[in-house]
Design a protein around this ligand. Structure first.
Ligand code: 6R9
Length: 640
């Protein structure tokens, strides 16, 4: 890619200042940037002090063997103690940790004292099953409280967990169990999705490999399950355990979890996160980015726990800060399309953290649905997972946040462990579609092919310049691939794989994966910008674009568009609309109207599949899709 790397076409001039009262009482203020710039390691040491350490560290960062970082070396800490016990010891045992809502409408309220007992029982149960510090445990669960309990119990005893999405297939689960050499699988009979029980246990039965000694099964749906000697019911084993368990301190660099990212080619990468640095940064970012106040806030992160967002911002970050959270099992349209807003009203949610894909879905369903509910409790809204189009940002702020709430667009990855680039709600004048600045203590930049920092107003590659506490430590079992994948493009820089641009103020805009950048008549055009231009048309709910090979232009833009409210769209008018916004070079060759888009469980568009359609090929592997039926609907709509 040349120095003019990614296009810089989109003009967006709207600005939103932080609300005065939020700014006046903000957890993190402007001075944090200066303090961190002056002494980054002292800044992170200060954040680590927010936690309770069993043994103090001797060195903040050991970077003598890059890119293998060690944070808070010599320190010892127990993550479960920090997320649970210390709140109980401080007299906050009666505070609610989770308001859990099952999809069928059943509910559970779990206080920190309840959570402590349950985590201790589960830790004792793991001991009875012979799981010891250093073993790996696979967790394949629906969104129920036992999932968080299982993760915390592993963390407590020092077993490394590997959570696998409940929607993944036998093959996907088996490869992950195998790669981690898991000794135990924790699962459930099933969970509720779209109004019906959806089975999990049969998938585990087919996926278990030799290393697995036991399968621990939570009864959630009550559906019939096959049973073998290896299987143990959670209620039989965990419920009879003592509710005391000593939380042994673990080394700051003890492996906490492995989480697999699929990538487009090759076997999934087991991203390894460790203990002290990970908790320091998830805890700090949850506190700072959401301005979380434990006494008054009710926080809801809508992610699935099988995604890194669920690890860092449903479990570890919020619990370390003593948060009261909502946890919801099911889909947003069950039993009706207002379910989320009903939950916001019911629990008085003040902070909501979700993904652009969900926001665009709600836009498509219509403004009248959220308008029926009282959403006035909301004060901060967050977005993660993809670039948020300006139109979706403004809709979120206006229709969900009543025009009052800052929107924090948070950029990060499984690999980074926590949020890296984001506005601070009490400091930043937000721009719709921009992730703005690296957080205090984080060094990010946009560079060209030669790793030279690009000037304001241009685009290039997003890189991270200094190690950060919650960075991945390696790829499980494959140090070489870790170095190759992330650190080999330019010496000393972490390459995130994303394109970005700096605007004239030096603020950062994410432009999508560089693999997705299209090359049209010699110009690099970002999929994100064309999608945002399409979505800015009032009749478009959602759009995905890909570069399809073209004999004349090299690649030509093929756009897949979902009409808003199922309405009609004049395709020529839409092409003209894009040309008007971005210039004639960005005009799609082809616009295909579709009812849905192929997405992963975390809402990312699987462009590879759309490219197969645009180039008239057989459609490739669709196993990582959240809903494989989507492909049938698309093919039908296109007459394929
Ligand atoms: C947390 C998470 C990471 C990739 C990342 C980027 C995209 C995430 C984003 C964003 C633009 C944001 N991404 N947040 N792009 N703006 N606010 O999503 O982790 O599943 O590993 O995906 O997601 O492309 O590189 P993960």
């Amino acid at each position: 890619m040349s120095q003019d790397a990614l296009s810089n076409l989109l003009q967006e001039n709207r600005r939103f200042a932080p609300p005065a009262d939020l700014a006046a009482n903000a957890n993190t203020t402007e001075d944090a940037y200066a303090r961190a710039a002056e002494d980054r390691l002292a800044f992170w040491a200060e954040q680590a002090e927010r936690l309770t350490w069993a043994k103090p560290w001797t060195e903040v960062l050991d970077w003598t063997d890059p890119p293998f970082a060690k944070w808070f070396t010599g320190g010892e800490i127990n993550i479960a103690y920090n997320c649970v016990d210390r709140h109980v010891e401080a007299g906050r045992g009666d505070k609610v940790a989770f308001y859990w809502e099952g999809e069928p409408g059943d509910t559970r309220t779990i206080t920190y004292a309840d959570l402590q007992k349950e985590v201790c029982r589960a830790a004792n149960a793991l001991g009875e099953l012979g799981v010891v510090k250093g073993d790996r445990v696979a967790i394949y669960m629906p969104m129920i409280p036992e999932t968080a309990v299982a993760m915390l119990a592993c963390a407590r005893i020092g077993a490394t967990h590997s959570v696998v999405f409940g929607g993944f297939s036998v093959d996907a689960l088996r490869t992950r169990i195998e790669d981690a050499d898991a000794k135990l699988v924790i699962t459930a009979d099933g969970g509720y999705r779209r109004g019906a029980p959806s089975a999990l246990k049969p998938t585990v039965d087919q996926a278990v490999t030799k290393s697995v000694k036991n399968v621990l099964v939570v009864r959630r749906t009550g559906q019939d399950v096959e049973w073998t000697d290896r299987d143990v019911w959670w209620h039989d084993l965990v419920d009879r355990q003592p509710e005391e368990h000593r939380a042994e301190p673990h080394d700051s660099e003890h492996p906490l979890f492995i989480l697999y990212t699929s990538g487009t080619t090759g076997k999934p990468k087991g991203i390894l996160h460790t203990t002290g640095g990970y908790l320091t940064q998830t805890s700090f970012t949850h506190h700072a980015v959401f301005d979380h106040k434990p006494e008054t806030d009710v926080y809801w992160c809508t992610a699935d726990v099988g995604w890194v967002t669920g690890h860092s911002y449903i479990v570890y970050g919020p619990l370390s800060n003593g948060a009261t959270s909502v946890m919801y099992e099911g889909t947003p349209d069950t039993p009706h399309r207002g379910r989320w807003w009903e939950l916001v009203e019911k629990y008085g949610v003040t902070i909501l953290y979700t993904a652009p894909t969900a926001i665009r879905t709600f836009m498509k369903w219509g403004d009248d649905i959220p308008a029926r509910f009282d959403l006035s409790s909301l004060r901060v809204l967050g977005s993660v997972g993809e670039p948020i189009n300006p139109e979706a940002y403004v809709w979120y702020r206006e229709r969900i946040g009543g025009g009052r709430t800052p929107v924090v667009d948070t950029w990060w990855q499984t690999e980074t462990g926590s949020i890296m680039i984001s506005p601070l709600p009490g400091v930043t004048h937000g721009k719709p579609g921009a992730a703005m600045r690296p957080l205090p203590g984080i060094s990010a930049d946009v560079v060209d092919d030669e790793a030279k920092s690009v000037p304001d107003g241009s685009g290039g590659f997003l890189v991270l310049k200094e190690p950060w506490p919650s960075m991945l430590r390696t790829i499980w079992g494959d140090d070489e691939r870790f170095v190759q994948t992330y650190w080999s493009r330019w010496p000393g820089l972490y390459f995130a794989g994303d394109g970005a641009k700096k605007d004239d103020d030096g603020d950062l805009w994410l432009l999508g994966r560089v693999d997705d950048v299209m090359l049209v008549s010699g110009h690099n055009i970002s999929t994100t910008e064309v999608e945002s231009a399409l979505v800015s048309h009032p009749k478009v709910a959602e759009a995905a674009v890909v570069g399809a090979s073209d004999p004349v232009t090299g690649q030509a833009i093929a756009a897949f568009v979902i009409p808003r409210d199922g309405g009609e769209i004049d395709v020529e008018e839409l092409r003209a609309h894009v040309a008007q916004h971005l210039g004639p070079i960005a005009k799609p060759r082809q616009i295909l109207l579709v009812p849905e888009l192929p997405k992963t469980r975390s809402g990312k568009i699987v462009r590879r599949i759309l490219q197969d359609i645009a180039e008239g090929r057989q459609i490739g592997d669709a196993t990582t899709l959240a809903d494989p039926a989507v492909m049938e609907h698309i093919k039908q709509a296109l007459g394929l």
